[in-house]
Each structure stands twice: as C-alpha cells, then as structure tokens.
Design a protein around this ligand. Structure first.
Ligand code: C2E
Ligand code: MG
Ligand code: MG
Length: 704
C-alpha cells in the first residue's frame, strides 16, 4: 500500500469513528503469524513482535523483545542466517521490500519453515528498521518438497526409461520427448527431436495415412494400444515401432495433448517376418509354398471376379526329374530345382506368381492376360526356358516339363478345383509325350478320376494275372518274320481291355513299371527261348519306359532274366524312346554301354518324335532305329513325298543302324519304304499283336 492509500484508509476509519489503534492491535495479535519490527543490527534486535510469537517460535514475545532471552538472529537456522541477512541488506539498497523463506529453531528445538514478507523502513529516530510479517509455512514446504520429490522420481523414469515417451499436439508437433525417444528416432537429444520433427504424419510414418489412423482410433477409443507402424528415422533408416498413447484433457475437459510411449520392435518384426516367410515360402527355392499359393489363388480369383475377366493356373511337372535325383543325388536335384525356379520367374511378370507346389511341381498364376494367345506365348517360353541345358555340378543336364492349364471361372471357381483341373491337364500333357502343355477340358476331369481308379486296379493286375504279353511280328523285305515286339496287354476284370498308352504312364508314375517291365521281359524271353529250342532262331524286342531305363540295377536284372530263361543275349533287343534319354546324358550313355556289354541289342523307338540331339545319337551305342508310325502313315505313294521317313532311313544307314518302319498298314507304304532302303517292317499289314500262343502257330506255319 502506498502512503497516500494508507492515509485515505485512515480517514475512512476515522469517519466511521472507529478506534483504529485497538482494531489494529486485535488484528495483529490474532493473525496466524507474527508482525515483527527489528533493528538492523547483528542480532536483529526485536523492537516489537506480536502475540503470535508464542505459537510460531515457542517463546513469549517478551523473550525476544530487546533480545531478553534469545535474539532473532539466534532463532534463525544457522545455515540460513547469512542468506537472510544478505537479502535484507540488498533490499535496503533498493525500495526496501523483500520476501524470504528460511528456517527457525523453535524453543522446543523443532525446525520450522517460515515465510517473511517485509520492508526496510526509516524509523522515527532516523535509523533503518525492518517491519515484517512472518508466518509458518512448514506444511506448504513439506507438500512442496514431496511434490518435488515425486516430480523428481517421475522425471527420472522419463529420462531413464528405455521406452520412448512423448507428448504431442493434435497437429503432430512434439511438446516433449525423452532421451529414449530421441535415440529411437535417431536424434542426438530430445530438444533436437522437438525442434526437428514438426509434422509426424509426413516426417515420421512411412505411410503418411498412418497418422490419420492413429487419430481415428484415438477419437473412437480415447486410447491407442499396440499401434504398430513403420517409421523413418532421421537418417532415413526404416524401423518398426509400437505406440501406446492416450489423450490428456484439462480440468475443463478441453483436449490438451496426446501422451504415450514408443517401443522399437524392429527386431521382433524382422523375426516375425522371417517366420512368416518360412511359413509361406519354400526353403530351397525361396518361392511361395502351398500356403501362400492358396492365398494368391484366392486373391487372383477375387480380382478376376471383380474385373470380370479370367485368371490362369498352370501346373508344371518336370519330366523325369526323379532320374536326376536318383542318379546324381539330392544335391544335384536341389541345384536343378533352384535353377528351374529362377527360369520360371524370368518368364513371368511381377504380378504373376510362381509357387513350388511339391518336389518337382510348380504352379504359375497368370493375371492380367486377356488373350489366350498371350498365355500360349508365356507357356511356350516356359517350355523353352526349362528345355535349355542346365549345368549342374559341372554336368550338362536336359530336362523338360509338362504343363496343365485351367482357367477361372470356366474350369473352376475355387483354388482347389482350379489346381485339380490344372493337374489333370498336366497328366494329359504327360500322356501326350511330355514337354508340352494342355488345357483342361471337362473330359479331362473324367479321365483324371478314372486314372485314380485305374492305378489302384493296376496294382492288383500283376498278381491277378491280368497282364499278358502279346507278340507283334517284324518282317524283312520278303515279308518273312525275323523277330517280334513284345507288347503288354491288360485285360482288367473291372475295365475290360485297357490300352498300354493308358496304363504304361500310370505304371511309370506309381513305380509299378519296374515289376511290370520285369514281368513282360521274363514272359517274352521264356517264350522265345522255347521257340529257339524248337529250332527257330528269332529275336524279341521288349519296350523299356523312361523310368525303367533309369532304374537301378537294370543291367543286373536283365542279365538275371536272360540267365533264368536261357535266352541268348543277342536275341534280345531293348526298345527305348528318345524321351527316356534325358537328364544326365553321360549317365544315359554309360547305362547303354552297360546294357550292350550283356550282349543284347538296343533300338531307339518312335524315332523322330523326340528331340534328341543328333550329335548325341552318334554317341549312343545303338543298333536299330524305329521310324515312328506317324511318319509311315503320312507317307504317300511316292516315297519322295515323305522327306522325313527318307531322312531317317538315310540317317540310320549312315550310322550303320538297322532301320525298322512301324505301323505299316498298306502295301503302298511297304513298297515305298522298301524302295527307301528300309530293312524291317512292323504293322497290321503283316500281323497285329497276338497272344504268344497264337504267335507260335503263326511262326511255325511260316517255317514250313
Ligand atoms: P510301341 O513300342 O511303339 O509299339 C508299337 C505300337 O504300335 C503298339 O501299340 C502296336 O499295337 C501299334 N501298332 C503296330 N502296328 C500298327 C499298325 O499297323 N497300325 C497301328 N495303328 N498301330 C500299330 P500298343 O501295343 O498299343 O502299345 C503302345 C505303346 O505302349 C508302345 O508303343 C510302347 O511304347 C508302349 N508299350 C506297350 N507294351 C509295353 C511294355 O511292355 N512296356 C513298356 N515300357 N511299354 C510298352
Ligand atoms: Mg516299341
Ligand atoms: Mg514305337
């Protein structure tokens, strides 16, 4: 209060005719605290102290006035005396006003905190005195101290937490951040972070829409829990974090800021991604596995459905992969599969999928192809890519593949049936000579079902003696029988006659081919050995399928059968198709030599339909070329009109091989082939395949 105000107040009191002196005295003495007047000497000699003295200090006012019992200096806590004095003296140099907090020691020894508000004034005698009001604030100080302690504790948690802690505005600025958060985000200090990160949405999150999601969840639930995001650190590195946060509101319920914690979960995320990758990818090739394939198929179907066009599934099976695996070992097989996977990927676009379905099976999903011709183009490329020689462990290998195709929605509306149907079409591709692709048709479905039934029936056929050997004669230019080809015939109790083209493939796939081959070989050899004994020197040709050719101990098995049936080895010829000569060509050549060493003959069957390279043909230790039926049936009357047959015959002659024409049905074909120089003939023109008993009659009749 300035002097003039005081005057006015006094006036007002006077006007009300109050006893100001008495009122002030009551007021002063009833105050919680003391009014104090001191001399500015070394004792702070008390000139006046109000009645509150007893309560505040434990001393009666008389004990202090004039330092009767104790001086105010002594009353002041020794540690605070100097500071108190300095402040008051400093105030005296200015306007005299001061405020102080210090401790006093009460008469009972207890230490109390007091607050002193006063002014240095000039007394009536011209000396400086201080006039002050002193009150006990120990309770406040205690409260303040415990608050500070709590604050300190929380600060310590904030500063030392390994989780990042933040307060941010709704607009995406930082109000506060702890050192851990700065470290997670790549800043040297919280201050740098607060200064540098001005827009969380665009600066922090890799996906800018993430901030919107954060705020939406916050608006809906008031908290955000385990909110996982990819963020960009200050140095550009992308890491994963998880956030837990809530909104903080003021007493009047207005929004103040977001507050929360951040944890770096990059490690866990990577591990999780790794696990997911393993769960969804093939370990060997890194391609999607069946799990992921199924998801991708669903996606493709969904996509095609929405855009009302089709999606294509191609089922790929490597031809004769098993031989490579068996003969060269799994490591070679693995290397080959990895290479095949790469080649498949190279044929497709980014949006397409190549998955490994099983051992040597792959599935392609082709999206975005509008025309069949484009699909055909891709598949032709796949055939070509797979067909290129592969160098595995220093050896050049040849593999091919068979592909079956199904389309959404015509061939199936769910992954399961699309795959099933593509698989069925793949089997048709196998039956049609491998190294080609076939589209699924409804008829194929029936075939596939029948195939399963046939397979289980075939398993019992050998034991049930349902399989028989038929002989088809081979004749020379004069039409005399010079040999036979043994052909398997299956008369099933369930299905009636089943053609070899149907069951040989099934036997190949189900490993039944080995016992079947041995059975046919034994029957054929036994029969011919019988005829030889009766004086008829005649050769027998037995077919060896690809798998049988690659089977282990083939040579030993054949030698055993020859010994058992006592058939001279030179009367046995093995017919092997070109397509069996796949995989490791060197190994094929070695097997051929091993067979030759037994003393038997080797023929290449269905010659001209395969794709064996002529340079290899020269290295095969073979005796006979059998011109495929298709070239014979294409022959016109004029032999010059059949360039392929002509070429095969002259090729055979130049390699000094016996050339046999298959499927001769007409006299014209016979004479045309004769004029080309063909030496042996087989076909309905001479005789159809017949039961062995019937053949004996046929043969013996010829002898006479
Ligand atoms: P392949 O070895 O080329 O046998 C010749 C096929 O042509 C036989 O068919 C035979 O009946 C048929 N054929 C012979 N002459 C004529 C003719 O003038 N016109 C017509 N249209 N066809 C004629 P098949 O017996 O149905 O055998 C088909 C294929 O099945 C054989 O072709 C052979 O690759 C395979 N096969 C048959 N028996 C066996 C066997 O015991 N083991 C193995 N691995 N394969 C066999
Ligand atoms: Mg044959
Ligand atoms: Mg043939």
């Amino acid at each position: 209060m300035v002097a003039s105000d005081t005057k006015e107040c006094t006036m007002a009191f006077r006007n009300q005719k109050l006893d100001l002196g008495r009122m002030l005295e009551t007021l002063v003495n009833n105050l919680d605290g003391v009014v104090l007047r001191c001399r500015m000497d070394e004792h702070w000699t008390v000139l006046f102290i109000s009645c509150g003295c007893q309560r505040l200090t434990g001393y009666a006012a008389e004990d202090l006035v004039g330092n009767t019992r104790i001086s105010y200096e002594k009353l002041t806590h020794p540690e605070d005396r100097e500071c108190v004095r300095q402040k008051i003296l400093a105030a005296a140099q200015t306007d005299g006003y001061y405020r102080l907090e210090y401790r006093i020691r009460r008469a009972d020894g207890e230490i109390r905190w007091v607050h002193e508000r006063g002014r240095v004034v000039v007394a009536e005698d011209g000396e400086n005195v201080l006039e002050a009001f002193v009150e006990d604030i120990s309770d406040q100080v205690d409260a303040r101290n415990s608050l500070a302690l709590a604050e300190m504790r929380y600060r310590s948690i904030f500063e030392n937490s390994s989780d990042g802690i933040f307060q941010t505005t709704a607009e995406g600025c930082y109000l506060d951040a702890n050192p851990a958060l700065a470290a997670i985000y790549g800043y040297a200090s919280p201050a740098e972070l607060v200064a540098g990160l001005k827009d969380i949405g665009s600066q922090l999150y890799v996906d800018p829409a993430q901030r919107g999601r954060f705020k939406r969840v916050m608006a809906e639930r008031g908290t955000v829990q385990d909110f996982e995001s990819e963020i960009r650190r200050r140095d550009g590195e992308v890491i994963w974090i998880t956030e837990n946060a809530h909104s903080v509101f003021g007493p009047d319920a207005t929004f103040l800021y977001y507050e929360g914690t951040v944890r770096d979960i990059t490690e866990r995320k990577r591990y999780q991604q790794q696990l997911e990758f393993h769960a969804n990818h093939d370990q060997l090739t890194g391609l999607p596995n069946r799990n992921l394939l199924n998801d991708r198929l669903l996606q493709a179907i969904h996509y095609a459905h929405r855009n009302s066009y089709f999606s294509v599934v191609a089922f790929i099976d490597l031809d004769n992969f098993k031989f490579i695996n068996d003969s060269m070992g799994h490591r070679a097989g693995d290397v080959l599969l990895i290479e095949i996977a790469k080649r498949l990927q190279s044929c497709l676009r980014e949006t397409d999928t190549v998955a490994r379905y099983g051992g040597d099976e792959f599935v392609l999903i082709l999206n975005d192809y509008y025309q069949v011709s484009q699909i055909v183009g891709v598949l032709e490329r796949v055939l070509e890519e797979i067909g290129r020689p592969v160098t595995v462990l220093g050896q050049e290998l040849y593999v091919t593949c068979s592909i079956g195709i199904s389309q959404y929605p015509t061939d199936g509306e769910d992954p399961q049936s699309l795959l099933q149907h593509a698989d069925a079409a793949m089997y048709l591709a196998k039956e049609r000579g491998k190294n080609n692709f076939q589209f699924y048709t409804n008829r194929l479905n029936a075939l596939a079902t029948q195939r399963v039934k046939l397979e289980s029936s075939l398993r019992r056929a050998l034991d049930n003696r349902e399989i028989q050997v038929y002989f088809q004669p081979k004749v020379d230019q004069a039409g005399t029988c010079v040999g036979v080809e043994a052909l398997a015939r299956w008369h099933s109790k369930e299905f009636g006659w089943v053609a070899p083209s149907q069951f040989i493939g099934i036997a190949e796939d189900s490993a039944l081919i080995e016992p079947l081959t041995e059975y046919i070989l034994r029957q054929a050899c036994r029969k011919i050995a019988g005829l030889v004994e009766k004086g008829g020197e005649i050769g027998v040709a037995v077919n060896l399928s690809a798998r049988a050719f690659h089977q282990k101990d083939l040579g030993r098995m054949i030698a055993r059968v020859l010994a058992e049936t006592r058939l001279p080895a030179h009367l046995l010829e093995l017919e092997i198709t070109e397509s069996a000569m796949v995989g490791d060509i060197e190994k094929c050549i070695a097997t051929l030599h091993e067979l030759k060493a037994i003393g038997l003959r080797i023929a290449i069957d269905d010659f001209g339909t395969g794709y064996s390279s002529l340079s290899y043909l020269q290295r095969f230790p073979i005796d006979t070329l059998k011109i495929d039926r298709s070239f014979v049936s294409n022959m016109r009357l004029d032999p010059k009109d059949s360039p392929i047959a002509q070429a095969i015959v002259s090729l055979g002659q130049s390699l000094q091989l016996t050339v046999v024409a298959e499927g001769v049905e007409t006299a014209e074909q016979f004479s045309a082939l004769k004029s080309l120089g063909c030496e042996a003939f087989q076909g309905f023109l001479f005789a159809k395949p017949m039961p062995v008993e019937q053949f004996e009659d046929y043969f013996l009749a010829q002898q006479v």
